[in-house]
Write a protein that binds this ligand. Structure first.
Ligand SMILES: [Zn+2]
Length: 116
């Protein structure tokens, strides 16, 4: 009969597996694989490395940040915050992408596809 005061055997301790929502996802743009929180809602979301390379259509570096009023705003980091970018479209390595506020906060950059 088992003594209920006896602690569990250490060998039975399971190493917790990462949450299932984290999967190895290949970036749709650069094909680099990274363990990301997979969002089925955003299948064309690019990876953080690509997000760090977004530009406008002339190749000038852009940054999007969250804005309490507008959702998000884009600006040119080389303008010391004085010059804003009005569009939600941006480019990564010449591929047209667009910025969107995610359902639960944060900004997602996705490859843009024309609606057919
Ligand atoms: Zn990427």
């Amino acid at each position: 009969m088992q003594n209920i005061d006896e602690p569990n055997e250490p060998s039975k301790v399971e190493i917790p597996s990462p949450p299932e929502s984290y999967q190895l996802v290949a970036c749709p743009l650069c094909k680099r694989e990274e363990a990301l929180r997979y969002e089925a809602r955003y299948p064309l979301a690019v990876c953080p490395v690509c997000v760090g390379q977004i530009t406008d259509n002339s190749g000038r570096r852009l940054v999007f940040y969250e804005d309490a009023l507008l959702g998000f705003t884009g600006y040119y980091p080389d303008s010391q915050g004085k010059e804003y970018y009005k569009s939600r479209f941006c480019y990564v390595k010449g591929v047209r992408c667009w910025a969107e506020v995610m359902r639960f906060g944060g900004i997602v950059i996705q490859i843009y596809q024309e609606k057919t």
